[in-house]
Design a protein around this ligand. Structure first.
Ligand code: SF4
Length: 267
């Protein structure tokens, strides 16, 4: 019998950070409310996507219009948000969002030639042998596709207090998600992307922005001749049904892990 395991692009990072937490959320249905910082990220993405979408469509969306989209998203979350979870007030979140949106529209977007925003991608099934299939899914709701000098690249917008460090966009930990987007985009559009790029928008008080160099994220997923990639490592977990805990994860806390209250291994 064929077993199909579905992994959303955005959840690959968590699968290899703490597989036990991933199992709790994605196989056992454990949930927890988002914090204000996550909602700030959602709002910034909504505003920047509105701006980029308008440029592709040839319609008008000013930085003010984009800021308006972000503020509306902040005030009307479509999921449960725990406003007190991470000590960020709605007013402060709004101030950071407005600063970041303006900087994005004025400094980042003009440097990139986007050809796709918020693209819907076809699920991609990978036969991992012995009756096991890994199904890649995920909408590029935070991703863009840019036409660069080297070819087509996936651009993923990342927000967070540590998204920019020493003036550089942090790419560590993002290759699994963007590599999945590369594989799915290639299959959906019948092209071959040249790599991925992180657009980092820091939600710390300094509201820094940075763009990373293009890097080969696809290889992280598929591996190479001598080394298995993450898809094969994930298939091994799915085959055995063993999802190892990682109490050393920086996300091992009541705040970030939906399995925390019942987890035997929590740090
Ligand atoms: S509490 Fe820690 S070890 Fe347990 S599932 Fe969550 S992140 Fe993993």
């Amino acid at each position: 019998m064929q077993s199909v395991f579905t992994v959303r692009a955005s959840s690959w990072g968590r699968l290899f950070d703490c597989a036990h937490a991933w199992e709790g959320t994605h196989l056992l249905g454990m949930r927890k409310p988002a914090g204000m910082r996550a909602q700030l990220g959602t709002a910034v993405h909504a505003g920047t996507a509105a701006f980029d979408r308008a440029r592709i469509d040839g319609t008008v969306c000013t930085p003010d219009d984009a800021a308006g989209v972000a503020v509306a998203e902040l005030h009307s979350p479509d999921r449960e948000v725990d406003m007190a979870q991470d000590g960020l007030s709605l007013a402060e979140a709004e101030r950071i969002a407005l600063t970041l949106i303006v900087r994005y529209c004025m400094e980042i977007a003009p440097r990139l030639k986007f050809i796709d925003v918020e693209t819907t991608l076809d699920p991609l099934e990978i036969d991992c042998g012995n009756g096991l299939t890994v199904r890649l899914t995920g909408q590029m709701d935070r991703g863009r596709v840019a036409d660069t000098e080297g070819g087509i690249a996936i651009n993923d917008v990342k927000t967070g207090a540590r998204a920019v460090q020493d003036g550089q966009a942090v790419t560590r930990g993002h290759a699994a998600q963007t590599g999945t987007y590369q594989l799915m985009y290639d299959a959906t559009k019948r092209v071959r992307t040249v790599g991925s790029q992180i657009i980092a928008l820091s939600t710390s008080g300094r509201a820094e922005t940075a763009i990373s160099p293009i890097f080969d994220a696809r290889r992280v997923m598929t591996g190479d001749e001598d080394r298995p990639g993450l898809i094969e490592h994930a298939a091994a977990m799915f085959r055995t049904g063993l999802f190892p805990p990682n109490p050393s994860s920086v996300l091992c806390s009541r705040k970030y892990c939906a399995r925390w209250s019942t987890c035997l291994f929590k740090g």
